[in-house]
Design a protein around this ligand. Structure first.
Ligand code: MTE
Length: 300
């Protein structure tokens, strides 16, 4: 179904966005435009306009709460994020069960405006708040033989109505190569527009990898495992031919069921033209180095 743009933000939404924009200007003023561009990467230099709070929090994919785009907004409030803990295990120096605060309280929280491109060929621009995954991994100490990071979402049938259906092999699992995980653009998000991240967007903490298709950005993480083997991932298990481990945004490589050459920008209105999709979602300059020597079109 086509997504309709409606100008019906609540006062609270508008306020949050205004406060956030002012704060952004204040930071830019304090640091100078150059420094701000570094923090936000090219997305900020281009001055991308973030989608509204409403777009970002009512048009979601979070199959644990149903497969409809509005299901997560309707049902994810059932997820209890209190006393959340993350099991960190595998090839790390300090394995254990950590609270989100244990992992992040002494790190620098950042605001990052990233393009977000779903494999279904829609896109948004999201102002995330969070931390570089690298800083979290450095805290627990990655052992030299680790090559990959595996992530798992909570699996709570009492709170997640969607897991009754075997659309995916639960729990939702994802993974990155260690150098992808350590890349400065890769973040763990705990907020949007300066507010606590809503449940439907992956509270209390989710991954964001802006140059990969959205399904790599796993939500509500309860386990992080450092390993020397390529981790199994839920979408790859569901359909090996359609969802590769890398899944880098690439306009030249079509998904078997839809073209990836262009995308539909959510919030653009019913008659908005599709726009061309950029290699690595516009982050080729930063993330391309990870794949130097590999043919991006062959890296599935
Ligand atoms: N994480 C979990 N646990 N379950 C999911 O169904 N969907 C993925 C990803 N992370 C998903 C998930 C997909 S397909 C996309 S496009 C993004 O989350 C959507 O993120 P958003 O709803 O914040 O836009």
């Amino acid at each position: 179904m086509a997504h309709r743009w409606k100008n019906d933000l609540t006062y609270a939404d508008v306020t949050a966005e205004t406060v956030w924009l002012n704060r952004r200007q204040a930071i830019a003023g304090a640091l100078g435009a150059g420094a701000m561009a570094t923090i936000g990467g090219p997305a900020l230099a281009e001055d991308l306009k973030p989608n509204s709070w409403k777009d970002i929090t009512t048009y979601n994919n979070y199959y644990e709460f149903g497969t409809g785009k509005n299901d997560p907004a309707k049902y994810a409030h059932k997820l209890n994020t209190k006393d959340w803990s993350i099991e960190v295990d595998g090839l790390v120096n300090a394995p254990g069960r950590y609270s989100v605060a244990d992992l992040t309280s002494d790190l620098t929280e950042e605001e990052r405006i990233y393009r977000f491109r779903c494999v279904e060929a829609w896109s948004m621009v999201v102002p995330w708040n969070g931390f570089e995954l690298k800083d979290i991994l450095d805290k627990v100490g990655v052992k030299p033989d680790a090559k990959y990071v595996a992530f798992q979402t909570a699996l709570r049938p009492d709170e997640m109505p969607g897991v009754r259906y075997s659309v995916l092999d639960w729990p939702y699992r994802e993974g990155l190569r260690l150098d992808e995980a350590m890349h400065p653009l890769t973040m763990m998000a705990t907020g949007i527009y300066g507010k606590t991240i809503p449940n439907q967007n992956g509270a209390p903490i989710r991954l964001v990898v802006p140059w990969k298709y959205g399904f790599k950005s796993i939500k509500s993480i309860v386990r992080i495992t450092l390993t020397d083997k390529e981790p199994v991932t839920s979408w790859n298990m569901a359909n090996r031919g359609e969802y590769g481990f890398y899944s880098n945004v690439n306009p030249n490589v079509d998904h078997p069921r839809w073209s990836q050459a262009t995308e539909r920008q959510i919030g653009g209105g019913l008659f908005a033209k599709r726009v061309p999709t950029k290699m690595l979602n516009g982050y080729e300059e930063e993330a391309g180095v990870l794949y130097a020597g590999s043919d991006l079109n062959a890296l599935f």
